[in-house]
Design a protein around this ligand. Structure first.
Ligand SMILES: C[S@@+](CC[C@H](N)C(=O)[O-])C[C@H]1O[C@@H](n2cnc3c(N)ncnc32)[C@H](O)[C@@H]1O
Length: 369
């Protein structure tokens, strides 16, 4: 059973929303448990004091390290991570939630006022977790949100396991748009593709929509997603080891093929097209532009794909386009086609295998072939 222990001066706030719906049913079914302990029980004075004035002066009160330590130490060390709710903490992510849900449970210290004496955090090795870049009046709402996010991922809690697999952040992308009956709402129909019954096309549309929405709304996620897709460690500014260096690599002859793709309507150039074109005039490169139409929520979207090949490597352009066409007819990711794509673009084996390993880690069932 997944076990949660919450330390708070307001135990009456729990279980609150976690006592109803999915989390409530799962608790009744014994899939997880929640105990809320009152920090004041660990105080030793008759006023059950948990806070004091800040050292060095300043507004508000700070929660006392000795009282909080006593409250924490009353919970046996059983391998569960010990979290402290704090706006200074690492922003909570689905990845962290998944890891917490896969473990034995959590111990959460909810603080109030100006926060807690810094010495406690070090002395009890607490992991500071933030709900986001805003300030709450206390840690309890953050603990409720964290627990809600974890409990729904505990095996057996959500009816169809798939619900937790295909959703925002599961693949590093925001989720594609969802639709349901009525077929037409205030004049807007459900996108045709979704009622076509063609699962491969629906899957491709959903992937494209998830990528578009992520690119538009969360460039940080998009950068991380595209970086991970090409096996680049570290800050995800680059899509792949050649990212941003294509021109120099093609000029030097180290790269046989480059491919750039962006919505045809994009005004901002996705790459230094003029400089690439100057290499054509020098007889070094060949260029091909392909306009493709993709179904979009608001109707067909035009995608502009630009390919450059070095002299003598023109065959790679046609091979790449044939590969893309084949890929479009198949569901999901494919090891064989991913390897070929990387080889055509001039990536070395190490980079390609690194990328495949990363995708497999993130999406164990994703790769076929
Ligand atoms: C008013 S806040 C203290 C803010 C603190 N003085 C600061 O500026 O960082 C009181 C408590 O609310 C909780 N809290 C506030 N914002 C939070 C956030 N974004 N994520 C998690 N917990 C938060 C923490 O437990 C914090 O100790």
């Amino acid at each position: 059973m997944w076990r949660a222990s919450v330390l708070t001066i307001f135990p009456e706030m729990f279980p609150g929303p976690l006592g109803v719906s999915l989390a409530g049913r799962a608790m009744s079914a014994g899939l997880w448990s929640l105990e809320a302990r009152d920090i004041r029980d660990a105080a030793t004075d008759k006023h059950r004091t948990v806070d004091d004035t800040p050292a060095g002066g300043g507004p508000g009160m700070v929660m006392k390290a000795d009282v909080l330590a006593a409250a924490l130490d009353a919970i046996p060390q059983d391998g569960r991570p010990r979290l402290l709710t704090s706006p200074r903490g690492a922003p909570l992510t689905q990845e962290r939630v998944r890891a917490l849900a896969a473990g034995p449970g959590v111990v959460i210290l909810c603080t109030r006022f100006e926060g807690v004496d810094e010495r406690l955090i070090k002395a009890r090795h607490l992991e500071e977790v933030s709900l986001g870049d805003f300030v709450l009046s206390g840690g309890e709402p953050a603990a409720l949100a964290l627990l809600d996010a974890c409990v729904r991922l505990i095996p057996g809690v959500m009816g169809k396991e798939a619900s937790g697999v295909e959703e925002s952040f599961s693949e590093g992308l925001l989720e594609y748009p969802q639709y349901t009956r009525p077929a037409v709402f205030e004049g807007e129909p459900i996108p045709e593709i979704l009622t076509s019954g063609d699962h491969a096309k629906v899957a491709a549309w959903r992937q494209a929509e998830a990528e578009r929405i992520t690119r538009e709304r969360r460039p940080d996620l998009w950068a991380a997603y595209t970086a991970a897709s090409f096996g680049v460690e570290g800050p995800p500014r680059a899509v792949g080891p050649h990212e941003g260096r294509e021109l120099a690599l093609m000029r030097s002859g180290a790269k046989p093929l480059s491919m750039f793709v962006a919505p045809a309507s994009d005004e901002t150039p996705a790459f230094p097209e003029e400089e690439f074109d100057s290499l054509i005039n020098e007889g070094k490169l060949t260029k091909k532009v392909v306009i493709e139409t993709m179904p979009g929520p608001g109707g067909p979207v035009e995608i502009r794909r630009v390919l450059y090949a070095r002299q003598g490597e023109e065959w790679r352009i046609e091979a790449f386009l044939m590969l893309q066409a084949l890929y479009g007819t198949l569901p999901g990711w494919r090891v064989d086609l991913e390897r070929l794509t990387g080889l055509l673009l001039g990536y070395d084996r190490k980079d390609i295998e690194g990328f495949l390993a990363r995708v497999l880690r993130r999406r164990p069932g994703a790769l076929r072939g």
